[in-house]
Design a protein around this ligand. Sequence first.
Ligand code: HEM
Ligand code: HEM
Length: 433
Amino acid sequence: MQTKELEKNNKPKRFSGILLHLHPQAINEKALSFNRTFGLGGMAALLIVIQFITGIMLRLYYEPFPQKAYDSIIFLQNNVLFGQLTRNIHHWSGVFLVIITFLHLLRVFFTGGYQSARKVNWIIGLILFVLIIGSNFSGYLLPWDQLAYWAVTVGTSLLEYIPFIGSALRELMIAGDEINSQTLLIFYNFHTAIFPILILLLMAYHFWRVRKAGGIMLPNDEEKNFVPTFPNLVYKEFVVALALLAIILIFSVFINAPLLIKANPDFSLNPTKAPWYFAGIQELLMHFHPFIAAFFIPAVIVISIVALPFLKLKDEPNGIWFYSEKAKDAAKFSLVSAIIITPFLVIANEYLPKFETMLPSINSFITNGIVPLIILLLIIWVYHKFVSKRFNLTRIEKAQTIFVFITTAFIILTIIGIFFRGVNMKLDFPWNV
Ligand code: HEM
Ligand code: HEM
């Protein structure tokens, strides 16, 4: 087809085939390069489809009542054809969905895909991310085993640190002081009805907005050469989808979704850990006053991410990873620095005497909250000054570098929380945890 004609067809009015409902008939050749997006948005969409299909299959056997839930899972695993496999696929796709969506968020951020016409889609994406965490968290309780019961107990107790409304919010969420049969029903309804509907609606809107913005963000200066979407893009998507399916299947065949003994509200696990995606916040709680760890730091991070497109750090379309070569180097430098500094600080805080114990007469909000927070902010500020000077960065490049530093630190905290916290939440090696 002639480029002109293809460009004309690019307007979202003529559709053919199911996949072409999602795509224009022709796309800019430059958008085809795999490392522009790594196919992460498409992978997230596929994982959601897998969750819907396997979720409906699980729902056929699952009974959302404390006396029956656990036994219904055992029955599903032992007596239903491919029951265990279906549960495993649902479990692993849930894990991958959080990771892939998070990577998609990072991709959009580091290629500047949140700017101009895509501002609203950034916010829609963030809401989708919250819904995905919500889906995972509500699903976590459903097997009603010890892991589910205590992880959700710890997870929901994080809410209590929100000033003024925290306790009421938790009580509303779990219908009482502790997890009970009503909680299970609420979580079940959110998991199998409310969240899926919201995700479907928002996902459709997200896709529509990607098309409305003219596809993904591409560098301005590149000349446009349109090629047919089928087979150029669709075949690539097919390969990515097959690879992802293969990986999920390998995990699901070899590693079963966890299931401990039936939930026992009188006997807590040691250590009692929140679900893995909250392990970073739980780890922060080991080092800071709860107000700082579970409210202040997460709130500052969330507000910054929401506000990002409106900060006018550099309000022009981009589409190039990290904006420049020097910013790429600065990002690599930040990655390595955070990988070294974070465990060092965690170990120092674990084994060195704490301000709280050295100065018992002073309010712990100061010794365990304000003082460590000031130290943390100082570290970030000094680091920021150092990299900006060393790599001679612009505003947006500075923001990206600090973002790499903080994100890497948070990932390291999450890994420490999941794999390196043993009995009584003491630091330990993964094989003892
Ligand atoms: C974004 C979508 C979804 C995510 C991220 C998700 C995630 C999860 C997770 C993490 C679990 C706990 C599994 C485990 O034991 O490890 C779970 C369980 C469950 N989910 Fe979903 N889910 C999703 C959608 C759905 C849908 C649409 C349905 C049904 C309509 C569903 C039905 C169930 C049922 C019945 C269980 C309990 C069985 C079990 O624990 O194995 N899910 N889900
Ligand atoms: C259910 C989860 C999500 C799905 C299925 C999804 C899907 C997609 C797809 C297929 C694209 C087209 C390009 C690509 O593959 O990267 C896209 C673009 C985009 N997504 Fe998502 N997304 C999700 C979550 C998010 C999140 C968490 C964010 C960020 C907060 C986000 C922000 C955006 C933005 C701003 C674009 C346009 C980027 C550009 O033009 O370069 N999305 N999304």
